[in-house]
Design a protein around this ligand. Structure first.
Ligand code: IPM
Ligand code: MN
Length: 379
């Protein structure tokens, strides 16, 4: 199969880690006669925005919709006000392509330093399925400063009627942001989590919320979870509050198999998840729409401090490439990348400083690409 892959290197360390990811995918291509990639590069990111004022154009979105998948580096740049690139490009793509699943495996590979005492690869191997298009990410909100008196009066009646807040029009400043959970939105991602558990031979799905406080939106989430769970009688379930799960990820990560969570909590707990799998340099993610264009990226940001230094760990980006292949149905090729990463890690010859080595970004990419070529075809 020949795949058209959009490459968006983006900002900061994005280009250098994605370069290694592409290098590894090229090596995979050599080993699989029936597999090929057409990489099409897109310029979106800080540089393009500063030069042209454009975040992502309609034509760009149109071009991207013709691709089989998107391979993304990172977005964010100190020269641009925080949020502009993240919302205007990253979140834009997630929403535009309705990538409602953000799949983030939390897997500790052998010989990767783990900050948890006494825990090893056999203890840390689970999936976080993060809802990716709702919750506090819907951008519904506002601020009551700088409005006309009439607008403020409207807001005031809204606040007092809906939120029980009595604001004084002339004095008070109020900001609000609304989180939205829809039945349909919760249903589809929760069902995906159960299906994933089935596919991966896992028998526990844990749901994360804060239904004790934010009972409107997460109350609905719970209700839907209970309904969907009925269709999977062989899979055990549990509810956890988000604060508690951060504690349990540290204390007993071995308990978890598949964790399904609303968007915002998923964002937070997957940074914690990344730390227990050896750091952000080890954590890939997939923004998935099973029927549309999906996008794969390392979950780390653009780390401007390290940009251009050839010292960032490219393994998260390389593993995002592996997830992309698995998503495209190229299981054997995907497995080859994972094995190559494990080989390089266990040999302890080539690794970046974040996981205890002295190698550069490109040396790690070269080593994984070579390992991809050397590995015997899986049985
Ligand atoms: C992530 C990031 C993004 C998010 C930001 C950059 C918008 O933190 O992918 O986890 O909040 O989803
Ligand atoms: Mn995040």
């Amino acid at each position: 199969m020949k795949y058209k892959i959009a490459v968006i290197p983006g900002d900061g360390i994005g280009p250098e880690v994605i370069r290694e990811g592409v290098k590894v995918l090229r090596a995979v291509e050599e080993t699989q006669p029936n597999l090929g990639f057409d990489f099409v590069e897109f310029p979106y990111g800080a540089e393009h925005y500063l030069k042209t004022g454009e975040l992502i154009s309609e034509e760009g979105l149109d071009e991207l919709s013709k691709m089989d998948a998107i391979y993304l580096g990172a977005l964010g740049d100190p020269r641009v006000k925080t949020g502009i690139l993240e919302q205007g490009i990253l979140l834009k793509l997630r929403f535009y392509f309705d990538q409602f699943i953000n799949l983030r495996p939390v897997k500790l590979y052998p010989e990767v330093p783990c900050p948890l005492r006494g825990k090893g690869p056999e203890d840390i191997d689970f999936y976080v399925v993060r809802e990716n298009t709702e919750d506090f990410y819907v951008a519904l909100g506002g601020r009551a400063k700088g409005r006309t008196r009439e607008q403020l009066e409207v807001l005031r009646s809204l606040y007092s009627a809906k939120f029980g807040l009595d604001i004084e029009v002339d004095k008070d400043e109020v900001a609000y942001q609304i989180g939205v959970i829809s039945r349909k939105g919760a249903e589809r991602v929760i069902r995906y989590a159960f299906e994933l558990a089935k596919r991966k031979g896992k028998d526990l799905v844990s749901s994360v919320d804060k239904a004790n406080v934010l009972s409107h939106s997460y109350g609905l989430w719970r209700e839907v979870f209970e309904e969907v769970a009925k269709d999977y009688p062989d899979i055990r379930t549990e509810f956890l509050f988000v604060d508690a799960i951060t504690m349990w990820f540290v204390k007993s990560p071995e308990w978890y198999q598949v964790v399904v969570t609303p968007n915002m909590f998923g964002d937070i707990i997957t940074d914690l998840g990344a730390m227990i799998q050896g750091g952000l340099g080890m954590a890939p993610g997939g923004n998935i729409n099973p029927e549309g264009v999906s996008m794969f990226e390392p979950i780390h940001g653009s780390a401007p401090k390290y940009a251009g230094k050839n010292r960032a760990n490219p393994i998260a980006a390389i593993l995002a490439g592996q997830m992309m292949l698995e998503h495209l149905g190229e299981g054997e090729a995907a497995m080859r990348i994972e094995r190559a990463v494990v080989k390089v890690l266990t040999e302890w010859k080539v690794r970046t400083p974040d996981i205890g080595g002295k190698s550069t970004t490109s040396e790690v990419g070269d080593a994984v690409a070579n390992a991809v070529r050397e590995i015997e075809a899986p049985e």
